[in-house]
Ligand binder design. Structure first.
Ligand code: SF4
Length: 187
């Protein structure tokens, strides 16, 4: 890999989460005595993420796709061959304990390279994590089986090891020339 100065650049995208959106719809699996008898079962409805394109989703459906992993808020480096590397350094607005942006509404003003994720660009942003629901659906892939929409449990992303760790460091305390030494793996 070339030095940070020569080849690497940082990219960020803010998590698609809005405090005003309210709790997302969840698909809770039925268990035990709640399960209807075979004769009473209606034909199973497919969930919205299997029947709608990203562009067709309502705002609440779109918001609920975000699993809250926080990995799009990590600083990512790109080498001169277009390969991406994840670091353990996060955007200065990222709250690692809560795994959310501390200024969601003002993020683009305060962090000019924060990318707005849309139905149009979700499949093309190669530096997004492969597990990201937006990227996966845009590319015709299914949601991972640990996704909160499938498990009904918002913590399943952390238990699956897919979430950012709480001890990632803010970029505010890391110099650009140190970033290459903070790489944790390929994306
Ligand atoms: S699923 Fe993870 S990577 Fe995708 S937008 Fe949400 S926090 Fe970012």
């Amino acid at each position: 890999m070339q030095s940070t100065d020569e080849a690497a650049r940082t990219l960020r995208v803010s998590a698609i989460r809005s405090p005003s959106a309210g709790p997302p719809p969840r698909a809770f699996p039925l268990k035990g005595r709640e399960r209807p008898s075979q004769s009473a079962m209606l034909p199973l409805m497919k969930p919205f993420w299997e029947t709608k394109s990203l562009a067709e989703m309502s705002e609440a459906e779109w918001e609920s796709l975000c699993d809250g992993c926080g990995r799009c808020c990590l600083v990512v480096l790109e080498d001169d061959k277009g390969r991406y590397y994840e670091t353990d350094v996060a955007c200065r607005l990222f709250d690692a304990g809560e795994r959310r942006c501390t200024d969601y509404r003002g993020r683009h003003k305060r962090v000019p390279d924060c990318v707005r994720l849309t139905a149009e660009n979700a499949g093309a942003l190669a530096w997004m994590p492969e597990s990201c629901a937006y990227r996966r659906l845009a590319r015709g892939q299914s949601l991972p089986d640990w996704h909160p929409l499938i498990t009904g449990d918002p913590d399943s992303v952390r238990r699956a090891g897919a979430a950012v760790r709480a001890d990632v460091e803010s970029e505010a305390g890391v110099a650009d020339e140190e970033l290459e030494g903070r790489v944790t793996g390929r994306r």
